[in-house]
Each structure stands twice: as C-alpha cells, then as structure tokens.
Write a protein that binds this ligand. Structure first.
Ligand code: NAP
Length: 259
C-alpha cells in the first residue's frame, strides 16, 4: 500500500532503538526523510546510517536528552518544517506509590507529558499553516489499564492523553491529526528490563518471566517494533486524515473488553 507520504519530513524523538526505531524505519520505508534523536551517540548514529542506507532517505541525527529544553531546541532547529511528528521518550522506572517523591513525579511528568506537549506546541503552528500534519504520541497501554508498579507512567501519560483529547479536536479542521498509540508488551530493551525486574521479584529467570507475561496475552507473544512502526506509519499516512484524537491499543488483545 502506498502511504502517500513519500518526500514528507518527520521528526521522531527517542528513536535509536525499540519502538521509536521501529517507527523511524517504517516511515523511511514509505519514503519519508527523518530527524531522529536519542541520548547515546553511538547507537543513534549507527541507526541513522543504517536507515539512510537501507531506504535511501535523508536521516539527520541529533544527540541529546529530549526532556531537556536545550536538546529540544537543537532537535527542532534540525527538523525545520516537519509534516510528521512522533513523540517518544523513555518510560519512568517501576516502584511503589508510597515511595515516590515530588521530584519523581516531576521527572515523569516532564518526560512523558510536558516533553511531547512542548514538541507539539513547536510543530503544530507550521503544520496548521501548511494545511497538513500528522502527530502520533507513543504512550502506553497503562493509560487504559493501569500497571500499578508503573504509577509514575500511569500518572504522566494520563495528563498527556487529556491534552491530546482537546487539542486534536482544535487542529483537525486544518488537516492536522493528533493520535496516541498505546503499546502493550513489545520486545524491546525496555521489556527486557521489566522482565528482569519481574524475575527478581518472583525468584525466576528473566526468560521464565517473559514466558509468563507472554502467556497472558491473547496473541501469545510480545509485539515487535516493526509491527508497531507499521501501525504508526499508517496513522501518519495520507489515508488517515479522518482518524482524530484516538487512543489506539497495540497489545495483542491483552486489554480484555468488548469495546
Ligand atoms: P527502549 O527499547 O528502551 O528504547 C528507548 C529509546 O528511546 C532508545 O533509543 C533510547 O536511547 C531513547 N531514549 C530514552 N530516553 C530518552 C530521552 N530522555 N531522550 C532521548 N532519547 C531517549 O524503549 P521502548 O520499549 O521502545 O519504549 C518506548 C516508550 O514506549 C517508552 O516510553 C516506554 O515506557 C513505552 N512503552 C513500551 C512498552 C514495551 O513493551 N516496550 C510498553 C508500554 C509502553 P538512549 O537511551 O540512547 O537515549
């Protein structure tokens, strides 16, 4: 399927690995030029070079922590007039509700709510002016179905979801869509780290922890970054202009509900 976005330009934050990289690859496969970002220079530059070579698109890499205003300014300057924005950042660490401090909450809210909001505030005016734009925020299945030990994530992402719900409906008439993609378990470094934490808590191996978690998913497995990227690329496509303000679960059926 031709996604109709060849020659467009996208900014994908936190994209050297995992879901962000899956998105960058899927957009590149659709002919989209990219600006990608991550903190670690080595992995980021390697990813940029591999994607550029494989798909023949232009890929600019900007190293830095996307939750820092100074990094965002450099990323946005490199991005210029982007048509597509995909926001992503690392998720907060697991813990217990009783021990989280005000600073822990502020760090999570900064990374998983205020950073995507700031990127949208920077990119939306140009998209509106040009009459076309696509924004996808990578959030979490925890927005719909809380994961107790990830309470910092549940809290921050709920705030982002509220912002998007209203804003998406304000910008839609300008040809600009904003939606959220909610990953359930996907096979990335983040999932490996959470498996290791579960293994330590339950006194089993990380492989056993992963198998237990996969068994609880109707699809019987973790999702892949490539599947996630393909779904995101469709939301960024020319065909997705009527999908507005949605929260779309990619979780192999794990959220048990009729609607
Ligand atoms: P991942 O495999 O750990 O990859 C994270 C990517 O983001 C890396 O490229 C990392 O590179 C970059 N990154 C992290 N923090 C950053 C920051 N502050 N500034 C710039 N780049 C940053 O994680 P993932 O599994 O793809 O998860 C992506 C998001 O989806 C996270 O918010 C996670 O909580 C959420 N999520 C994931 C799952 C899952 O099962 N995988 C499920 C639900 C939600 P550097 O470390 O070099 O910066």
């Amino acid at each position: 399927m031709d996604l109709g976005i060849s020659g467009r330009r996208a900014l994908v934050s936190a994209a050297s690995k995992g879901l962000g990289r899956g998105v960058a690859e899927a957009l590149a496969a659709a002919g989209v030029d990219l600006v990608i970002n991550a903190r670690g220079a080595e992995a980021l530059n390697a990813t940029a070079a591999e994607i550029a070579a494989r798909y023949g698109v232009k890929v600019d890499a900007v190293v830095g922590d996307i939750t820092e205003p100074e990094t965002r300014a450099r990323v946005l300057a490199a991005a210029g007039a982007v048509d597509i924005l995909v926001t992503n950042a690392g998720g907060p660490p697991p813990g217990h509700w009783q021990t989280w401090s005000r600073d822990d909450f502020l760090r999570a809210i900064d990374a998983n709510m205020l950073t995507p909001v700031a990127l949208m505030q920077a990119c939306l005016p140009g998209m509106i002016e040009r009459g076309w734009g696509r924004v996808v925020n990578i959030t979490s299945a925890a927005v719909k179905s809380p994961i107790a030990e990830l309470g910092l994530s549940n809290t921050a992402r709920a705030g982002l979801t509220g912002f998007v719900a209203g804003t998406a409906r304000q910008v839609a008439r300008n040809g600009v869509t904003i939606n959220n993609l909610l990953p359930g378990l996907h096979a990335t470094d983040r999932a490996t780290a959470l498996d290791a934490g579960a293994a330590a808590r339950e006194g089993i191996t990380p492989a056993e922890a992963a198998a237990r978690r996969a068994a609880g998913i109707p699809a019987g497995r973790y999702g892949t970054p490539a599947e996630f990227g393909a779904a995101c690329a469709f939301l960024c496509s020319a065909h997705a202009g009527y999908i507005v303000g949605q929260n779309i679960l990619l979780d192999g059926g794990a959220f048990n509900a009729t609607l």
